[in-house]
Design a protein around this ligand. Structure first.
Ligand code: UD1
Length: 312
């Protein structure tokens, strides 16, 4: 039986990945300190997985787990995913977002652990505000925050450990992932999680800017398919963008969502956020070249999201 470790497996994307791998018949082990993730995200599969409430920064714990685990695949999703938090607590978030990653890679190297893949999850944040458009994996990077710097460093370490020490590694850069279970509770949460909450609870939504800013939104289940494909069907030591490859103006997404929800969002307009990117789109040719095709249109993804949120 294939054994899989998911760090951050109680989080938004990690929990979807855990569900999918359990459904595929894999043995899934989750490590999550529940700082961002929630145990409820794993309720449906709680009897089928092994769960450790633990930080990935605890070296001894991670070493013991890696040594005893005999993992085939390691999906590294544990992170402090709030950019704003990384600006407030750069040292702490650095320990989680970079040091824990290198520590895990180093342990795999020095103990010759026979893994099939180590996959690290990075972010489109590494591109910063560079002019290249759309973003290919070879576009310039300009990581502007501790979060982006750590993500960039960790993805380089990941690919480099692969090249230097012959470890099967790969890294991915998420664009704007949306879907059920995304935590809407900070003003820096994914915009569609905030829109969902405001629609549902009839609360005012603050729109920064005029809504013409575009984003490349991808539904979480497509992200999970991409992650599994990349880890099981490629050997290239490289980085992949994970996105749809389309750009949609935020205001259009909001209008579509209003139609689906059958109610109007109470929009309050404010100045665009400092440093906000006006256009974002990924070039996904590399991901497509390995046979990935997104299955969820924005309309279908939002419909499913709304259905889920209305039930829960
Ligand atoms: C996303 C990432 C961020 C990363 C950046 C790099 C998330 C949650 N954020 O930011 O970590 O640095 O990509 O490309 O994935 N908005 C509103 N009202 C709100 C919230 C947001 O109008 O209440 C607007 C924002 O100003 C922005 C757009 O919605 O223009 C999308 O915001 P957000 O979901 O935070 O994502 P990014 O800005 O793309």
């Amino acid at each position: 039986m294939t054994k899989v470790l998911i760090t951050g497996g109680a989080g938004f994307i990690g929990s979807f990945l855990a569900h999918k791998l359990v459904a595929n018949g894999d043995k899934v082990i989750v490590v999550d300190d529940l700082s961002m993730g929630r145990l409820e995200n794993l309720t449906d599969i709680k009897d089928e997985i092994v769960f450790y409430k633990h930080t990935v920064c605890d070296e001894q714990f991670m070493h013991d787990l890696l040594l005893k685990g005999n993992f085939d695949y390691i999906y590294y999703l544990a992170a402090v995913s709030s950019v704003a938090d990384s600006v407030v607590r750069p040292w702490y978030t650095h320990l989680v977002n970079q040091e824990s990653v290198v520590n895990t890679l180093e342990f795999i190297r020095t103990n010759h652990l026979p893994i099939k893949k180590f996959l690290f999850t990075s972010s489109a944040a590494v591109y910063g505000n560079t002019a290249d458009f759309p973003k290919t994996e070879n576009s310039h990077v300009d990581p502007l925050t501790p979060y982006a710097i750590d993500k960039y460093a960790s993805e380089r370490y990941t690919v480099d450990y692969g090249r230097l020490y012959d470890i099967p590694t790969v890294a991915v850069r998420f664009f704007n992932v949306y879907g059920p279970r995304q935590n809407p509770n900070s003003e820096y949460s994914g915009v569609l999680s905030i829109v969902t909450k405001c629609l549902k609870e009839n609360k005012p939504f603050t729109l920064y800017g005029d809504g013409s800013q575009t984003r490349d939104f991808i539904y979480v289940e497509d992200v999970v398919d991409a992650l599994i494909k990349i880890s099981t069907e490629t050997d290239e030591l490289t980085v992949y963008n994970i996105a749809n490859g389309d750009e949609t103006p935020l205001i259009d997404v909001i209008r579509t969502y209003e139609n689906i929800a059958g109610s109007k969002l109470n929009i309050i307009k404010k100045e665009a956020r400092l440093g906000d990117i006006s256009k974002s789109r990924a070039d996904v040719s590399k991901l497509k070249s390995i046979g990935f095709k997104p299955q969820w249109s924005l309309h279908d993804g939002l419909t499913n999201y709304w259905k889920y949120y209305s039930k829960n």
